[in-house]
Design a protein around this ligand. Structure first.
Ligand SMILES: N[C@@H](CCC(=O)N[C@@H](CS)C(=O)NCC(=O)O)C(=O)O
Length: 251
């Protein structure tokens, strides 16, 4: 039995939840979602550290007889790949068999590797310093936020020019694991509230209509699971916007 440790507010966690929920039938009863609430610091407990010494979500754990931990795997890209290989989800991550398949797999791998130092760094860093840091009692750094915004803009441009050029999805004519990961990353921009943050989802995405259209395609192709998994983020965004709209504007 596999257990997937996740938080609804974590982008890579949501990508994994979408993959697993959409493919529940192929995976049988083999996988259970377990919540780790980052805002309650549950990822810092000794119990969780035993499972994932990196103290982050997501993390995959395989339990054997008597609930013993037989295998543990941190890092979203490794987990996405492993689950696809383990449960033969080759529509989501091409399985290696013959040169053509191997090349398709390598192409998806290159998208997964690209993500970390580009989309993740820009979008995750910007969101952390504009939205998340305050909630965790960490001092936000505006200079880092500005750098991350530049990284994000470059990454969105690269998505239009490279990953989405002449194709509906990063995976081609249908979404692959990279589409899930990229899309869930960008969804967190919905937390931004323009009058206070100086930007929001619409203003960030304005210059990148192809990315925006692709996000709608990913959501539609994975409906209704996509919205189910993003329900909590939508709620948290709404709460934040309402709260900030009551803060008197600075003179
Ligand atoms: N490279 C990791 C990043 C995971 C990550 O940054 N997880 C965040 C949530 S999205 C986390 O656990 N943050 C808590 C912390 O780092 O203390 C992956 O792709 O899985």
């Amino acid at each position: 039995m596999y257990q997937l440790y996740v938080d609804f507010m974590s982008q890579p966690s949501r990508a994994l939840m979408i993959l697993c929920r959409l493919n529940a039938a192929s995976m049988g009863q083999a996988l259970e979602e377990k919540r780790v609430l980052i805002h309650k610091k549950e990822h810092r407990t000794d119990e969780y550290k035993e499972l994932n010494p990196l103290r982050q979500v997501p993390c995959l754990v395989k339990r054997g007889a008597g609930q013993s931990v037989d295998f543990r795997l941190p890092e979203s890209c490794a987990i996405l790949r492993h689950l696809c290989e383990r449960f033969s989800l080759s529509d989501w991550y091409p399985s290696a068999g013959g040169v053509e398949q191997l090349e398709k797999q390598a192409y998806v791998d290159s998208a997964l590797h690209w993500y970390h130092s580009t989309l993740r760094k820009g979008c995750g860093g910007l969101t952390f310093h504009k939205v998340v840091a305050m909630n965790l009692g960490v001092q936000p750094n505006e200079a880092i936020a500005v750098d991350c915004k530049a990284v994000l803009d470059r990454a969105l441009g690269t998505m239009e020019r490279v990953w989405l050029k002449d194709r509906s999805f990063v995976g081609g004519s249908r979404p692959c694991v990279a589409d899930l990961l990229f899309c869930c990353e960008l969804e967190q921009l919905n937390m931004f509230y323009a009058p206070v943050d100086g930007m929001d989802f619409d203003s960030i995405m304005g210059p990148f209509p192809e990315v925006r259209a692709w996000m709608a395609r990913v959501a539609e192709a994975t409906s209704p699971v996509y919205e189910e998994v993003h329900k909590f983020l939508r709620f948290a965004s709404k709460m934040r916007h309402e709260k900030l709209s009551k803060v008197p504007a600075k003179l």
